[in-house]
Design a protein around this ligand. Structure first.
Ligand SMILES: [Zn+2]
Length: 207
């Protein structure tokens, strides 16, 4: 454990890196020392990219995926099937599913899942906009691709209850593979197959 730094500037920079997920103080120090070996222009470009990302980030007003435009590239691609919407927690799941090249529908990014323990309720997520999206018509099927945790199940069921009267078909990606935190690590073939081999959500409810 490093306690003493020869410079407050160094310590400050280490503190900032150490706030990042998965970065301990040892790694933070290594990254900071590495930054010192880079040219001032390179470090400035790094800092600038972070500042611009944070200040100028924009979300698609349809699916809430990250986007440089008002409507993202996926939503504005008319060769995709707009009647099929895959419901995911976060942007990284969109990226993982896009990498499979197996899905030609659109997405809806909730921005998390219902988790009372963390104080996250339906109002904190993009659920109402999903309900409106379905009710405005043109959607035939929703595919739930959330974590296979209690929170994921709760969220699926909440959406199901909100939309069951609309008659929209709701399905869930096959549970053979781990979803959620592992979705980005699932190999592309398995993930692609789990979307193709989805099951009717109602059948998974033990009524
Ligand atoms: Zn979009």
């Amino acid at each position: 454990m490093i306690r003493k730094y020869p410079s407050a500037l160094l310590e400050n920079a280490v503190n900032e890196f150490a706030k990042l997920p998965g970065i301990g103080r040892k790694t933070a120090l290594r990254l900071v020392l590495h930054s010192l070996n880079r040219s001032p222009e390179e470090v400035e470009a790094f800092g600038q990219a972070m500042i611009e990302l944070r200040n100028e980030v924009n979300y698609c007003r349809v699916c809430h995926n990250i986007s440089d435009d008002d409507v993202c590239q996926i939503c504005s691609d008319f060769s995709r099937d707009a009647a099929l919407i895959c419901v995911v927690e976060n942007i990284k799941e969109v990226m993982a599913i896009e990498n499979t090249g197996q899905f030609r529908g659109l997405y809806h990014v909730l921005g998390g899942i219902i988790s009372p323990m963390d104080g996250i309720g339906p109002k904190d997520l993009q659920i109402e906009s999903l309900v409106e999206r379905v009710k405005s018509g043109g959607v035939n099927e929703l595919i739930f691709a959330l974590s296979s945790t209690m929170e994921g199940d709760t969220t699926n069921f909440y959406i199901y209850r909100k939309l069951s009267e609309t008659g929209v078909k709701m399905s869930i990606i096959s549970r053979g593979i781990a979803i959620g935190d592992e979705i980005e690590y699932a190999d592309e073939i398995t993930l692609g197959r789990s979307i193709l081999n989805r099951t009717n959500f109602v059948d998974t409810l033990k009524l």
